[in-house]
Design a protein around this ligand. Sequence first.
Ligand SMILES: C[S@@+](CC[C@H](N)C(=O)[O-])C[C@H]1O[C@@H](n2cnc3c(N)ncnc32)[C@H](O)[C@@H]1O
Length: 288
Amino acid sequence: MSTVSFEEKKENYGSHFDPEMYIKFYFCQNKSEEGPLPSWSIADRDLNSEFLRAIRFKIRGMKLCIESALTGMSSTVRVLDLSTGPFCGNMMYASGFDNVSEIVCSDFLEANRKYLTKLISQETENIDIGFDWDKLTQWAYGKSGLVESFRKKCQQVSFVDLSNDDGKGFAEVEESGKPFDLITSEWVFVEATRDLKNYEDAIKKCNSLLRKGGSFILLDPLEETFWVPDGSKPDVRLPSVPVSPQWLTDCLKRNGFAVDLLMLQYYDSNDSTYYDSKGNILVWATKL
Ligand SMILES: C[S@@+](CC[C@H](N)C(=O)[O-])C[C@H]1O[C@@H](n2cnc3c(N)ncnc32)[C@H](O)[C@@H]1O
């Protein structure tokens, strides 16, 4: 089975990635689990699923980093999430912090920006994919009211293109000219950039968007070469940029960051038809 080229992927992204199918395939599987999500535990092994362990790593890891970054920041924190896609759970969690005053979500794909805009302006029940954001956030973060606080604090959903070499792909997110205190991005850089050089350019750009001392939280699949955005079309493989922990930490250091925390999750084996990553890498870094 072949993987499409980066150019083909970018040109036809809308036909490869459907926001509702993505949410259904990657996030609805948690619905059967009894809440709230337990903390890190050996019991995760009982799930017998690398995939569910990865979703737990994403939620718990991002929660830990977001909380660590926000605790101690001043009272008017501006947050940018790069390529939110339709999954804004961790931004909902960030919105629950009193010191967060503004959240900017973003995405390359118009359908994802529309999904988020609709979520901000309408009741969750109106999202007709059998997925309830109130339930997800209560299960994941053990808190209620996060959908409401997200709606109040996220009033901007911008276009962004991480692969654009000349930095113009970030024009909308930097329109206000104000620096961000926190930038987050989950499962995006390996997907949105064409190669390691382009990946590094995007990291350099994030550094320039942050204030000195600001935080950068980045989650990506580990050493992945392809993934499938929609389980109903397993033969449509999209290319990823394979990233190792050593390369990523060196890259952050070369581009003006200090690495505060690095977490790795390794799969025991990978026999998934939907991705070939070896696990996940999560980094919390500070702009020097
Ligand atoms: C795997 S999804 C991750 C979505 C979400 N952050 C999450 O954690 O579930 C990858 C995201 O990257 C976005 N993307 C793809 N190409 C991009 C590009 N060139 N620039 C910016 N974002 C892009 C997609 O629209 C999609 O939302």
